[in-house]
Design a protein around this ligand. Sequence first.
Ligand code: F6R
Length: 260
Amino acid sequence: MEVIVLPSSKEIGALAADAIESLVRTKANAVIGLATGSSPLPIYDELARRHDEEGLSFAETSGFALDEYVGLPVGHYESYREVIRREFTHRVDVKAENVHGPNGASENLEDACQSYEDAIAAAGGIDLQILGVGTNGHIGFNEPGSSLASRTRIKTLAEQTRQDNARFFDSIAQVPHHVVTQGLGTIMDARHLVLVAFGAGKADAVRDFVEGPVSAACPASILQFHPRATVIIDEAAASKLEGAAAYRNAFNNKPEWQSL
Ligand code: F6R
């Protein structure tokens, strides 16, 4: 796991965007795993800027969302399909038919989960998965206690997560209790994981998943087993890391030929 500490969300977004740009420039039909929430927004802003100002094209790429609420009507403003469209895909030239998300409105959620796994496999797997981390250490909506080998399935949101996400809704009562999420096993199949986190509110989760034991109690700790996991965080999110100086030293002395 590579841990990179940068001063601001803008620089974090730019570095993550560098990894995505270099992927897309070497593999035009790259498959990108898309997260929602606040953390990826600086990445999407930077990619949209590069698209507008530098001609970075996503025309051949495809995208797969990490998760989706169950029970929100199709087209709901806060459904993750809409959020991803609004925050990223409609700002660049990804073809609408190449953007996928788990179907949280399906009558048969188990079939929908299997179809989603099948669609990711049919696309050749995810090349680069963008991730945020919950204050309780979740990735996707794999809440503490999730099987480390899990695949796309229905999960119940932790109350902490509902409270954290209430800011996107008029009241907490509107935050669904259930979601469909890529499993930890699904996420681990992606060829490169790029997790971004900002702010003191993430410091405990970052300490636990970077330096704590690998455990279902902290789902993001599974990243310790991934051969190519890049964690890009700000000073506040890094403030409880014992090894912060060592991570900074490694990044500052990184050989130029070595990519993220
Ligand atoms: C979103 C997702 C979640 C968020 C996490 C952090 O698709 O899968 O794991 O990344 O809840 O959310 P923010 O970035 O809003 O703090």
